[in-house]
Design a protein around this ligand. Structure first.
Ligand code: SAM
Length: 188
């Protein structure tokens, strides 16, 4: 299973907002969810996307989206604004769940299942590493990971780099999905 964990410093934890950008940059959550879970005309069944929302009014909130059971979605921003508003107001959507799990608790639990990789420009070059299909990737939002959060994740994982240029979080996910897809194909 590929899993992506986005740490969102300010992502709103309720549904009282009018657009994703002003909701503590939930637009980044949307972009990362689409980059994680979608192929052209298909959902990646083997991917789970987590957004750890730490914005007002009641952080933390763990938004989990599972490709295996995700339904009734498209990739456009309006669809996702509606879905996120619905879920954050307590209504269900197939494949999406909310819990009060903290980032620290999630990382600790996941570290028992698969290697954890913390995305950061200064980390070890991804091309020098053997990254397997069962991996957990941790990313920061537009500001990056808070130092304390990064330090906690590094108790369980290691830093990896996609190069020296700072990419959008969603671009990093697209690149990782691509690299893992290519490795999977070359093994067949
Ligand atoms: C838009 S970047 C944040 C940039 C922010 N200025 C910083 O210093 O972290 C969002 C996240 O994408 C990941 N990221 C961006 N570029 C990367 C790269 N070249 N290699 C690895 N991870 C990267 C990091 O996890 C980062 O926290």
């Amino acid at each position: 299973m590929r899993e992506f964990v986005l740490y969102s410093r300010l992502g709103c934890t309720d549904a009282r907002w009018s657009n994703l950008h002003d909701a503590g940059r939930l637009d980044i959550v949307y972009e990362c969810a689409v980059a994680s879970l979608f192929l052209s005309h298909a959902i990646r069944k083997e991917v789970v996307f987590h957004a750890m929302l730490n914005g007002p009014p009641s952080p933390p909130l763990h938004l989990k989206i599972e490709g295996l059971t995700l339904h009734d979605v498209r990739t456009d921003v309006d669809t996702w604004a509606k879905i996120l508003k619905k879920v954050l107001s307590g209504k269900p959507h197939p494949g999406i769940s909310l819990s009060k799990t903290s980032f620290e608790a999630l990382v600790k639990a996941k570290a028992e299942q698969a290697p954890i990789y913390v995305l950061e420009e200064g980390g070890r070059d991804v091309f020098e590493m053997e990254i397997g299909e069962n991996s957990i990737f941790v990313l920061g939002d537009h500001v990056g990971l808070p130092k304390k959060v990064e330090a906690y994740a590094l108790r369980y994982g290691e830093k990896i780099s996609l190069g020296r240029k700072p990419y959008l979080a969603a671009t990093c996910i697209t690149v990782l999905n691509y690299l893992l897809d290519r490795r999977e194909l070359s093994r067949k």
